[in-house]
Design a protein around this ligand. Structure first.
Ligand code: PLP
Length: 396
């Protein structure tokens, strides 16, 4: 037998973390890494945040799990806080981002079904989108690397170039349910949508009775310096998928919707054994407690500006490597002129700096939202040390 016990679907690198503390990860042999990847935008409060650890430990000792057959005082309380802080009137809790996207797709289809328009089942999605790895979520992207070998996929998606309003509007027909879009594409290359694009989609939804479904799994929950990224654009969605930062590392996601958009999601239409269990709710409340402390989002915004300025200053010194900086808050991308995966590996293996590669040869910089200026200084030193000695391969 040659297959590994862990199904070999990830090209895992040599870093084998066993402990985390704040912005640092430690490997099996005690080696230290500056973690500016944060579990790909998950560890919003860094590693081992005392309030999150305490909340999980306390809830685990009190009541870890009960079925959704029973009433959920924990779920009601956390959902109400999310409702009070967002556009939404109602929340379905999931265990991951892909499940939150699945719930969002189902909610959109059920809305039109409930309105007597079951033929309006198609969501317009965008090139290079990433919505997760379930069959529904891979059907919502047209990236062959996610889809190949998994056909037949779910029908009911049409694809337009990202940030091309005209192309998106041209796809609207009698089967259209709405748009599913990341306000800032993460995996696809850290590409923020333009104002005109997102506002144009909202307008089209209002004009044609469509639903704007946002995937804020990566860009939401404080990452951009706003609670959710759509606040940067002055638009509100009808339905939104959230995950990653919402649990700070505890597996938790949420599908949020307005009362109108959720009108088809009646008893029996959806479910999840674990979704919204008391342990997950305790984790979610602890993260939200910290994020709603006065000044938290302003701190993210300030650190984001500092990080961006640091990156922009670095470009002229290494203009053979770096091209431009993209993003908002602590979701920044550095576009490279050569293979960003190789450079990310170099930073990791030779300079103890963890980053994430994305499409279009972009490096994603996604530190915990709790970083301070000293971490940005340390990051800048490591990144410039790494860039100084780096030689791209001839075929990059
Ligand atoms: C925008 C977006 N949507 C959905 C997902 C899927 O989330 P999960 O891996 O928790 O299923 C991701 C994960 O990276 C993501 O970035």
């Amino acid at each position: 037998m040659t297959i590994t016990a862990l199904m070999p679907v990830y090209p895992r690198c040599g870093v084998r973390p066993v402990r985390g503390e704040g912005v640092y990860l430690y490997g099996e042999d005690g080696e230290q890494y500056l973690d500016f990847a944060a579990g790909i935008a998950v560890n919003a409060l860094g590693h081992g945040h005392p309030k999150l650890v305490e909340a999980i430990a306390k809830q685990a000792a009190t009541l870890m799990h009960v079925s959704n057959l029973y009433g959920s005082p924990q779920g009601e309380h956390f959902a109400q806080r999310l409702v009070d802080s967002t556009f939404a009137d109602t929340v379905f809790f999931t265990n991951s981002g892909a499940e939150a996207v699945e719930c969002a797709i189902k909610t959109a289809r059920r809305y039109h079904f409930a309105n007597g328009n079951p033929q309006r089942h198609t969501l317009i999605t965008f090139n290079n989108a990433f919505h997760g790895r379930t069959l529904g979520a891979i059907s919502a992207t047209n990236q062959p690397k996610m889809r190949d070998g998994f056909e037949p996929l779910l029908p009911g998606f049409a694809y337009a170039p990202f940030d091309d309003l005209e192309a998106a509007l041209a796809l609207i027909d009698e089967n259209t349910a709405g748009f599913l879009v990341e306000p800032i594409q993460g995996e696809g290359g850290l590409r923020p949508a333009s104002m005109e694009f997102l506002q144009g989609l909202r307008r089209a939804c209002d004009e044609h009775g469509l639903l704007l479904v946002l995937d804020e799994v990566q860009c939401g929950y404080g990452r951009t310096g706003k609670f959710f990224a759509h606040e940067l654009y002055g638009v509100t969605p009808d339905i939104m998928a959230s995950a990653k930062g919402i649990g700070g590392g505890f597996p938790l996601g949420a599908c949020l919707a307005t009362e109108e958009a959720a009108k088809g999601m009646v008893a029996g239409t959806h479910g999840s054994t674990y979704g919204g269990n008391p342990l997950a709710m305790a984790a979610g409340e602890a993260v939200l407690d910290v994020m709603q402390e006065p000044g938290f989002l302003e701190h993210v915004e300030a650190m984001g500006q500092r990080l961006r300025a640091t990156l922009e200053q670095m470009i002229p010194n290494f203009d053979h490597l770096f091209e431009e900086v993209r993003g908002h808050g602590l979701m920044q991308g550095l576009k490279m002129k050569s293979d960003s995966r190789r450079f990310v590996a170099h930073c990791r293996d030779n300079h103890g700096l963890l980053l994430v590669a994305a499409g279009e040869n972009v490096i994603r910089i996604l530190p915990p939202l709790t970083i301070d200026e000293s971490h940005i200084t340390e990051f800048a030193t490591k990144l410039s040390d790494a860039a100084r000695v780096y030689v791209p391969a001839a075929d990059d």
